[in-house]
Design a protein around this ligand. Structure first.
Ligand code: SF4
Length: 319
């Protein structure tokens, strides 16, 4: 089997499970929207991840442009399908990681980097050589090839991975992807075995995660049953892994126009049903959200902060 995560992957791209084979090296765009260039929308401290990721000082999030999934309710559509972002070199990505560390970030949080994973082995290795000490968090939709996850072993410290759907038809209708549940389960199994092989979860004294997994699930209005089946699947694949069950779903304009369940927020009883099911299954580490999110603060402004120069400088307070 050839090594996947090299720049050669862009000749006929098969970086993500879509394997759409776009000739990205020649400038073609894949289903994810990416071509041969690296595009980033924001690189700054972010306070709204789970406590072991954001802590008190923030996670050093790098939001990449584009996405292999096509979720119709996406709350980051400006960057996921809108293509917003600035083209930067792989060398600049390394600088960004070091700048976020200088700003006090607890970790480097790579948000939806799936379609740029060919750059990560070299970039993370270069950043480590230049003094990057903090953990690398790989923040993903869960729609990953097992081989890509395997090739990130030893480079990624924390897998912050979604498990979105248990039902294939639901995944197809809401994210336009043919095979989400089995793909996400296989990727999760690989993440779990990798973390176990490395010695299991490791937390710092203050509770921030140095090594481990958190599996996230966003409860969708009208689909609490599927959320319970997602939890069943996570339990079956990963056992008592830390989970984060979110109710921050906010209908975008398209969903409001369309009407139906996805035009509203998640009901308290739907959310409670899913949380109760997680309890019944036996999950012992569970993060949840209070007060029905619908809160702008969970979605940072995609304003290219930190992409071309350090966020500390662009915010006007150096150091
Ligand atoms: S990463 Fe993008 S270009 Fe590559 S296979 Fe997936 S959708 Fe296609």
């Amino acid at each position: 089997m050839h090594t996947l995560l090299t720049p050669d992957a862009l000749d006929a791209c098969d970086l993500c499970p879509r394997c759409c084979r776009a000739a990205r090296a020649k400038g073609a765009r894949g289903v994810c929207g990416a071509d041969s260039t690296l595009k980033i929308a924001r690189a700054a401290l972010h306070m709204w991840e789970e406590p072991p990721i954001s802590g008190e000082v923030g996670s050093g999030t790098i939001f990449f442009s584009g996405c292999p999934l096509k979720c119709i309710y996406c709350q980051n559509h400006q960057i996921s399908t809108g293509g917003f972002g600035i083209e930067v070199s792989p060398e600049r990505l390394v600088d960004i990681m070091l700048e976020l560390q200088d700003q006090g970030a607890l970790n480097i949080n790579l948000v939806t980097a799936t379609h740029y994973a060919h750059l990560l082995p070299a970039a993370i290795t270069a950043a480590r050589q230049r003094g990057l000490k903090i953990p690398i968090v790989y923040n993903t939709s869960g729609y990953e090839r097992v081989q890509a996850v395997a090739e990130l072993a030893g480079l990624v410290d924390v897998w912050l991975t979604d498990f979105k759907y248990a039902d294939v038809a639901l995944a197809r209708s809401l994210s336009h992807v043919p095979d989400y549940p089995d793909v996400a389960a296989a990727a999760l199994a690989q993440m779990v075995s990798q973390i176990n092989a490395a010695g299991g979860e490791l937390l710092a004294q203050d509770g921030h995660m140095l090594r481990g997994i958190i599996v996230r699930h966003l409860v969708l209005p009208g689909h609490a049953e599927d959320s319970c089946r997602v939890l069943d699947r996570i339990w079956e694949v990963a056992g008592d892994v830390p989970i984060s069950v979110m109710n921050q779903y906010t209908p975008n304009q398209r969903m409001r126009d369309q009407g139906g369940d996805l035009a509203r927020a998640v009901l308290d009883e739907e959310y409670e049903m899913v949380l109760d099911h997680a309890d019944d299954l036996g999950f012992t580490t569970m993060f949840w959200q209070e007060g029905g999110a619908v809160d702008e603060s969970f979605t940072p402004p995609f304003d290219t902060t930190g992409v071309l120069e350090s966020a500390a400088i662009s915010n006007g307070h150096i150091g």
